[in-house]
Ligand binder design. Structure first.
Ligand SMILES: [Zn+2]
Ligand SMILES: [Zn+2]
Length: 338
């Protein structure tokens, strides 16, 4: 008997983390009587006098933003990480803690209050990519930083209260959980097979061509085989690139195109300004070569079947494994058509 991935309940392995996702494709027809979210309209204002990210405005700590014209980077006024937290580790039986120091920065993508990545011109997205490169290089050079995590929370549904387009950069002394898992699994794969895990994975995806959403000369956007969120995607480079610091000029432009293409498709999917958490995973910033590492972006959007119906991660998903009904193949087809 062969397993029917379009009809039978099954689970799929995420080779980057070693975790499984439960897939229940037979449940797609069930009616929805659950919670509906309000559709958050994009603001009409290009400059909001009350926004702490708009150019020229005062922030909560009394600092005034410069009259910036493109991107603008500053240290978070209420940082999650203190730069001077002592690194010591305290162990009392099973109670283990260690000091975690680092830097949290905010990167405004544009002075325009009501713009999103999807609406931005390509040269402006390239400027954001340039800022990510610069921060990776500068923060990564510090001896007290092991990881530079770049991310963006978009939309009220994701807990982002300010619609002004911006992302964050958190650099930490230790590797965060996800980076630790992915480093471990990629190292293990390279030792066994002599090739980077994600390059082999991309080759398999390109050959099957079931889950690819968009591709250009340097990057491929796809719905990963093991995706948890309904319209989860990854952006993968075609050649081995460990981190932003290894990107060439034409690759930065191609990444800007991939980001623009993907976010526009998301917006068209449910005809809404599509919410998500996205971020880039890249090699640890510990000065080692990390030939096992392939940089990539994860997009985790919460919407399930319309602008107002969101996926909840509760019950079995909190206590057992994440579960999905819509298959990643069906999601990729929807995004290709959008
Ligand atoms: Zn603003
Ligand atoms: Zn990752």
């Amino acid at each position: 008997m062969t397993l029917d991935l379009r009809g039978a309940s099954h689970r799929r392995l995420n080779p980057l983390t070693g975790e499984w996702t439960l897939v229940s494709p037979h449940r797609m027809q069930r009616p929805w009587q659950g919670k509906r979210e309000a559709v958050g309209a994009q603001p009409a204002l290009t400059h909001d006098p009350n926004c702490y990210l708009c150019a020229g405005n005062l922030r909560a700590n009394g600092a005034r933003n410069p009259p910036y014209e493109h991107t603008f980077l500053f240290d978070n006024d209420f940082p999650s990480l203190q730069s001077d937290a002592p690194p010591e580790r305290v162990v009392d039986g099973l109670l283990v803690a260690e000091g975690e120091s680092g830097v949290s920065r905010v990167l405004c993508f544009s002075p325009r209050h009501n713009l999103t990545l999807a609406g931005m011109a390509l040269p402006d997205i390239e400027r954001i990519v340039d800022a990510w490169v610069e921060e990776t290089v500068n923060l990564g050079a510090r001896p007290d930083i092991a990881s530079v995590q770049i991310f963006e929370n978009r939309g009220e549904i994701m807990g982002c209260s300010n619609p002004h387009p911006h992302g964050q950069i958190w650099a930490t002394r230790h590797l965060p959980n996800e980076l630790e898992k992915e480093t471990h699994r990629q190292t293990d794969y390279l030792l066994r097979h002599g090739r980077p895990l994600l390059l082999d994975y991309l080759a398999q995806e390109l050959e099957r061509d079931e889950r690819v959403v968009f591709a250009n000369a340097h990057f491929v956007v796809l719905a990963p085989f093991w995706a948890v969120w309904p319209f989860e995607t990854m952006i993968l480079p075609r050649r081995r690139i460990g981190g932003f610091d290894e990107m060439k000029t034409d690759e930065k432009s191609a990444l800007a195109v991939a980001l623009s293409e993907l976010t526009q498709r998301y917006d068209r999917l449910f005809d809404t300004s599509f919410p998500y958490s996205m971020g880039f995973h890249q090699k640890p910033a510990d000065g080692a070569v990390h030939s096992e590492w392939q940089m990539h972006a994860h997009f985790y959007p919460p919407l399930l079947r319309s602008a107002t119906v969101k996926k909840f991660m509760v019950g079995f998903e909190m206590l057992g494994s994440p579960q999905r009904d819509l298959t990643p193949e069906a999601a990729a087809a929807r995004l290709r058509e959008a």
